[in-house]
Design a protein around this ligand. Structure first.
Ligand code: NZQ
Ligand code: ZN
Length: 388
């Protein structure tokens, strides 16, 4: 294993009824709360009313910051920071998925920082010296794991760049996670969020070191859990066991635990983020299109790990197969699973424009943790292979 330092500052309250039980206590220091949410799902499923009841009873002043879009923009971050400053908010409460949580992490920084956070903390890795506004999150959809890390993926529409940075200082102070809040997530979003979980695990698993290490073992168990529980939740969206497992799988994939001692790849994320910057496509769907094709490009450089993946995650038998055939069968099982759960398999379905492929490929970051370091030419080749 490589050397590491581990810390996770977010305190998690998990389970049915946790918001009712703990929210009042967790917000007791704040008089004015910036309540942030997305396009309104929380108003339709009762979550908004449940939260407002608690905050009203506690006599809080609530300032609403709504309409946070999927793939949150830098402009939206500025809007939130303005609201927080003008109303002297003491705390941000982000209620939603990765988009709302990410946007609010950036708002928590911009509200307390005089300069331009895009230039100083996203274009380059900066050092946060100020104290960001305290942030608490209430998770309503499983997928990104944003609740337990300092990562915030923001789209700068003007510059056509979608980019994430992870600052431990932006970890939420607390995360309330009630799996019943995810019952109302539409199947399509549940599936794409679950693929995002799988993607985070695979992006970490398929990287060095390859010697025996506990992170790889945990990841195999997590991948099996996502596959099993997603199948169960598709059959019965109100299966509490399945929804709770998916919710915790999502956190476990991105709370830094599985990354310990690993290099990490995340080239598929680099590619998907730029596809998103140009087409605003759904994150999990974009990843589903790219992963199998990318793995066909790199598996020979990490053959032993791809063999393990086939055998330990997909139960592929090695009988009568050489290593390359076992590895290829694992990638095939992954692409069959993508079809089974109804995710797209081509960039055309995502609405990506063919004539922009080269420009998008050229704008992608190159991961140094891949088994095979990409070139922009090879990324373009991958995009062309999965276009239609
Ligand atoms: O906006 P509302 O109306 O709330 O609807 C949302 C949205 O349409 C809906 N939804 C959420 N909870 C619901 C619900 N609908 C019904 N019932 C509920 N309980 O789901 C839709 C998607 O929400 P969104 O927050 O956009 O999805 P997700 O959690 O997948 O977040 C995606 C964003 O996170 C970034 C992605 O790039 C993308 O911008 N990521 C963040 C990461 C991080 N911070 O660690 C890592 C990831 O790799 C990822 O890049
Ligand atoms: Zn992701």
């Amino acid at each position: 294993m490589n050397n590491f330092i581990f810390q996770n500052a977010t305190k998690v309250y998990f389970g049915k009824g946790c918001v009712k039980e703990y929210l009042a206590c967790l917000t007791k220091e704040a008089d004015t709360i910036l309540l942030a949410y997305g396009g309104g799902s929380i108003k339709r499923n009762g979550v908004y009313d449940e939260i407002m009841d608690i905050l009203n009873k506690e006599g809080k002043t609530v300032v609403e910051f709504s309409g946070i879009m999927s793939n949150p923009t830098y402009a939206k971050v500025q809007e939130g920071a303005r609201l927080a400053r003008e109303n002297h908010a003491d705390m941000i409460l982000a209620v939603g998925g990765g988009s709302t949580m990410d946007c609010c992490k950036a708002v928590s920084l911009q509200a307390k920082y005089e300069g331009d956070i895009w230039e100083d903390f996203w274009v380059r890795q900066g050092v946060i010296e100020c104290e960001p506004l305290p942030l608490g999150v209430i998770v309503t959809v499983a997928g990104t794991g944003s609740e337990c890390n300092g990562g915030a993926v923001i789209t700068n529409e003007e510059k056509k760049i979608k980019m994430g940075r992870d600052y431990p200082k932006l970890n939420p102070a607390f995360a309330l996670m009630d799996p019943t809040y995810t019952f109302s997530v539409p199947t399509g979003q549940m599936v794409s969020g679950s693929f995002d979980i799988l993607s985070h695990i695979m992006e970490t698993y398929f990287s060095e070191p390859d010697e025996d290490n506990v992170s790889d073992d945990i990841m195999e168990a997590l991948m099996r859990s996502v596959i099993r529980n997603l199948r169960a939740a598709i059959k019965n969206p109100k299966d509490y066991t399945a929804r709770s497992n998916l919710m915790w799988d999502s956190t476990m994939a991105e709370n830094r635990v599985i990354k310990m001692g690993k290099k990490c790849d995340f080239e598929c994320h680099n590619m998907e983020h730029q596809l998103g910057a140009y087409s605003n496509c759904n994150h999990g769907k974009g990843l589903a299109v790219i992963h199998p094709v990318y793995y066909r490009h790199i598996y020979q450089n990490g053959l032993a790990k791809f063999v393990r993946f086939a055998e330990n995650v997909w139960g592929i038998s090695s009988e009568g197969k050489n290593e390359e055939e076992i590895a290829a069968a694992g990638i095939h099982a992954l692409s069959e699973f993508i079809k089974e759960i109804g995710l797209p398999t081509t960039l055309k379905e995502l609405g990506v424009k063919k004539e922009q492929l080269k420009e998008i490929a050229d704008s992608c970051g190159i991961s140094q943790g891949s088994y095979k370091i990409m070139t922009h030419e090879e990324i373009l080749q991958i995009f062309e292979e999965c276009y239609e």
